[in-house]
Design a protein around this ligand. Structure first.
Ligand SMILES: C[S@@+](CC[C@H](N)C(=O)[O-])C[C@H]1O[C@@H](n2cnc3c(N)ncnc32)[C@H](O)[C@@H]1O
Length: 215
């Protein structure tokens, strides 16, 4: 009960306030300690770390905020951008940043339920923790079904329930990813974000999870 109220407050009030702030300040990040260049740094490190060639590939950002990561990817890697966000003002800004992108204003699960595209990189940064654990699993499974061979799902700002970060509504238990680790079709990797992104702005125990489809 408390968790669902907290989540409602987070998504309906806090996220909308960030969206308004970003409209007036042009900040590209929908979170307290981050700005647009932090997001660009993160997506560029993820692309380099995975040695991705994204030229002409499909990249989907779920909970894309104002489209900062997508703009970086399109400008630097000539890929095809797709973005989803609940907040109308975020999608309005994202369309301005990435005119070639295809955007959906609505819920991530609704979008995944009618999906008929395949993707090479799917970003879930700072959003998975807004969903209950059964829905997190549903979202991950649907995304994995939509990956092209060699495609990658990046779950950023991953937190476990034994951490004490108060902003994450639904952190995951330690065994949450065990099935993905065992799978023969997918390779699983996890890195500390402080180490990967090289800055100390993040919650120090936060990790990035990367699941790649290798049939
Ligand atoms: C913390 S922000 C992160 C945004 C962006 N990925 C970034 O790193 O700046 C979470 C974003 O997810 C969006 N969001 C939250 N729940 C959502 C849902 N159920 N469906 C679609 N978008 C959602 C919010 O509107 C917000 O833009």
């Amino acid at each position: 009960m408390f968790q669902s109220f907290k989540n409602f407050f987070h998504i309906k009030i806090v996220m909308n306030l960030y969206s308004l702030r970003n409209y007036f300040t042009n900040n590209g990040a929908v979170w307290l300690k981050l700005n647009g260049s932090d997001l660009e740094n993160m997506i560029s490190k993820i692309i380099d770390y995975n040695r991705f060639d994204l030229n002409d590939k499909n990249i989907l950002d779920l909970g894309c905020g104002t489209g900062t990561m997508l703009r970086y990817a399109v400008d630097n890697h000539q890929c095809n951008a797709f973005g989803v966000d609940l907040i109308r003002l975020n999608i309005y800004q994202a369309k301005k940043k990435v005119p070639s992108g295809i955007f959906y204003r609505g819920d991530i699960i609704d979008y995944l339920n009618v999906l008929n595209e395949k993707f090479d990189l799917v970003i879930l940064y700072g959003v998975i923790g807004c969903f209950t654990l059964p829905n997190q699993r549903l979202i991950i499974d649907k995304i994995l079904e939509s990956l092209n061979p060699g495609g990658l799902l990046w779950i950023g700002a991953n937190l476990y329930e034994d951490f004490d970060y108060k902003f994450q509504t639904y952190p995951v238990p330690r065994n949450f990813y065990d099935d993905y680790k065992k799978s023969e079709q997918f390779t699983f990797d996890e890195v500390s974000e402080v180490e990967l992104f090289g800055k100390h702005k993040y919650e120090p125990k936060q990790t990035s999870v990367m699941i790649s489809y290798q049939p």
